[in-house]
Design a protein around this ligand. Structure first.
Ligand code: FEO
Ligand code: CA
Ligand code: CA
Length: 692
């Protein structure tokens, strides 16, 4: 099966002019790209505000900043690293066997060529295996997966649908093996037309809806290294866990108990059932998982019956409009009906924290990190011990945020230290990013050509929005800043970005890398045109941004930034690979998730390859003479998205999300048979790849 196969009976209109199929857009984001851009605020480009602020303060010369940061870099990562497991931080296990694919100049695999195959393609000399996929048992006693006879009760014990983020948390040493982890996966969304034969999207059955509720959320599974190199699941009674739309969460932080969060089922505004559309995430230095509630808007119906103008404006800014929801959940639970429960929607759009090492713990929704379409959150411990979380709001023309904790992290793994650290994200300051380019505006002409100073680059500042009960935004109380963060941010002039996805700090260098996946609308009438930080109109392929905080201090208010990559076909003049020889790099399109290996190389997974090829996982050194040398490490099956990369010296894990999700495909007409082959239905799954 491949793109060569004729596409049958397109059942849905094609709404996405990029690489993603219409069916994916519909089920994953509620067709976000076909709706008007929710951010209609009028933010300046070369903002006078920043120019003024920058001009009136004494600025460091760039060289001095870089020198300071460079000097510190050797010492910084280590403190965090010891305690920081797994995903994205590349310290999943400190006993590296050293034969890996890492290495600043040691990404020694042969790049995988672009393709449209219905399989995972890894470099020559690498082996692969599925770790777990949709319907596989998570809890002991879970029934075997039976596609044609799935039930909600079975699904609640099995691996959910459309796994996105994947993180590894090392088990305590008393488990006797360093080769055992708790693997946590997000189940971002369900694609009902791929899950049920004959699915009628106008009239889902109660059982189908309850299966979908159980297929959302997260899974925690114990995994251990196999002798041959992959990972295998252990059906552990103590640690394995499913979190679904029906699991209880505690709301914490400054907006907990807010009137905006109260519903008839929860007059306290502190207890929420479920988490929705969990996209990316991160492993914290204290061994918990953060997970972002992203396109939650699509699950809520009947915004068109809301009459209060303020509420309508708030809903619109979060992309919530129209009548019936795509999945019709409102027919089975009033809380998804805005006409009946107007505040339930405010209880989603948060960063949630799960402690996989304490399976009885109640997961938390952290209001201090603001409410928007959270892609994810990634934490670094600043040199002074405060923790800093970086976050993207995945919408065209939306913003990048950071949070700096009031308290300092406690070292060690004592129960007291862990419980203390699990509250760090409840009090602190929430900031939004404003970027300024340093090249003349007429050199940012939309061609994608690098300006005459040789870089898309400049300075920026973090604008404070709120700190606990104190608002820094005129016209907004602190609780309004937290619950309606997008609207508060709009008033302080942050920079509109091209869909900020993962924003993740390197523990080695303390620099931050942001995937800006694409923006179909930039430069369209009524929208902002090219800027130095988002230099292409109708940005099809996206770009990768590098941020370096002043003094290498992640709590700083100012930073330098530059574009590392402007993605697309290397033969096209509007692409840029950090100045590296473009004849030597792999084509890359629509960067989404980022991670680091143990040597500090950046790994990038893609979502929606607009070059017509399968999505993939790429590695690129970010320091030294190989900086910008992008190489494709693997590709995923046709119609799938690559997410959740975990990169260690021993293996790479990727989430293969929505395999075969092509227009015209469905359970009645599957266009992928990955991973089980034959005439099987496609199943989203986690795959391990290792050196043979
Ligand atoms: Fe779920 Fe931002 O991708
Ligand atoms: Ca420049
Ligand atoms: Ca994503």
């Amino acid at each position: 099966m491949s793109a060569d196969k004729p596409r049958l009976l397109p059942l849905l209109p094609v709404t996405n002019t990029f690489g993603r199929s219409a069916v994916t857009c519909r089920y994953r984001c509620g067709d976000a790209c076909s709706h008007d851009v929710p951010n209609t605020s009028d933010n300046a480009y070369f903002g006078d505000v920043v120019a003024e602020v920058v001009g009136r303060r004494t600025m460091l010369k760039a060289g001095a900043v870089l020198a300071v940061a460079g000097a510190g870099a050797a010492t910084v990562g280590a403190g965090s690293a010891a305690a920081t497991p797994g995903r994205g931080h590349g310290h999943g296990h400190g006993h590296g066997h050293g034969h890996g694919h890492g290495g600043r100049d040691d990404l020694d695999f042969q790049p995988v060529a672009p393709n449209t195959e219905d399989r995972v393609v890894a470099p020559r000399g690498y082996d692969q295996g599925v770790v777990i996929g949709w319907g596989d048992p998570v809890l002991p006693g879970a029934p075997r997966f039976d596609f044609a006879n799935q039930s909600a009760a079975a699904q609640a014990m099995q691996f959910g649908y459309n796994n996105d983020f994947c993180g590894l948390v090392p088990l305590p040493r008393r488990w006797g093996s360093q080769d055992r982890w708790l693997m946590v996966s997000n189940h971002e969304y369900t694609t009902e037309s791929f899950m049920f034969l004959g699915y009628d999207d106008e009239n889902p059955t109660r059982e189908q809806v309850e299966i979908a509720w159980a297929a959302h959320g997260l899974s925690v599974v114990m995994v251990e290294k196999e002798r041959r190199g992959g990972l295998q699941v252990r059906l552990d009674r103590h640690y394995n866990r499913r979190i679904t739309v029906n699991s209880e969460f505690e709301v914490t932080g400054p907006a907990a108990g807010s009137d905006y969060l109260k519903t008839s089922a929860d007059p306290s505004g502190r207890r929420v059932f479920g988490t929705l559309n969990n996209c990316a995430g991160g492993v914290t230095p204290w061994g918990t998982i953060l997970s972002g509630e992203e396109n939650y808007n699509q699950y809520f119906a009947n915004a068109d019956q809301v009459t209060d103008p303020v509420t309508k404006q708030r809903l619109a800014r979060y992309g919530i409009s129209g009548g019936a929801s795509g999945r019709r959940w409102e027919r089975f639970d009033d809380r998804f009906d805005l006409a009946k429960e107007p505040n339930e929607v405010n209880r989603f759009g948060w960063v949630v924290e799960i402690d996989p090492l304490d399976p009885d713990s109640t997961p938390v929704k952290h209001t201090a990190l603001g409410r928007f379409k959270h892609e994810g959150a990634n934490v670094i411990v600043a040199r002074d011990g405060h923790v800093v979380a970086y976050m993207g709001d995945d919408e065209r023309f939306d913003y990048i945020y950071k949070f700096v904790s009031d308290k300092r992290m406690k070292r060690g793994n004592s129960r007291y230290a862990r419980e203390y650290n699990k509250r760090l994200l409840d009090s602190g300051t929430l900031y939004v990013a404003k970027f300024r380019g340093d090249s003349p505006a007429d050199e940012i002409d939309g061609s994608g050509q690098v300006p005459s100073d040789g870089e898309f680059d400049g300075f920026g500042e973090w604008i404070p929005l709120a700190r606990n009960d104190r608002s820094f935004v005129d016209g907004f109380t602190a609780e309004e800043v937290y619950v309606f963060t997008r609207l508060a941010a709009d008033t302080v002039g942050p920079t509109k970005m091209d869909r900020p996805e993962d924003v993740e700090p390197s523990l080695r260098s303390r620099k931050i890398y942001a995937a800006l996946t694409n923006n179909s609308q930039r430069g369209n009438p009524g929208t902002e045109g090219p800027t130095e930080m988002n230099p292409r109109p109708a940005n099809r392929h996206g770009h990768v941004l590098e941020i370096e905080e002043f003094w290498g201090d992640n709590t700083a208010r100012r930073f330098r930034w530059k574009l590392l990559l402007v993605c697309g076909d290397p033969e096209s003049p509007d692409t840029y690979f950090a100045g590296y020889d473009k004849s030597q790099v792999s084509p890359i399109s629509c960067p989404d998730n980022v991670a680091f290996d143990e040597r500090g190389n950046l790994w990038i997974s893609t979502d929606g390859n607009a070059l017509g090829q399968n999505d993939g996982l790429f590695a690129v050194p970010v320091e030294g003479r190989e900086r910008g040398h992008v190489k494709q490490f693997l590709t995923v099956p046709h119609g799938a998205e690559t997410c959740g990369p975990v990169v260690t010296d021993d293996f790479v894990l990727v989430s293969v999300q929505h395999p075969g999700e092509l227009d015209g495909a469905s359970a009645d007409n599957p266009l992928s048979h990955w991973p089980d082959g034959g005439d099987s239905q496609p199943r989203p799954a986690v795959v391990a790849v290792w050196k043979d």
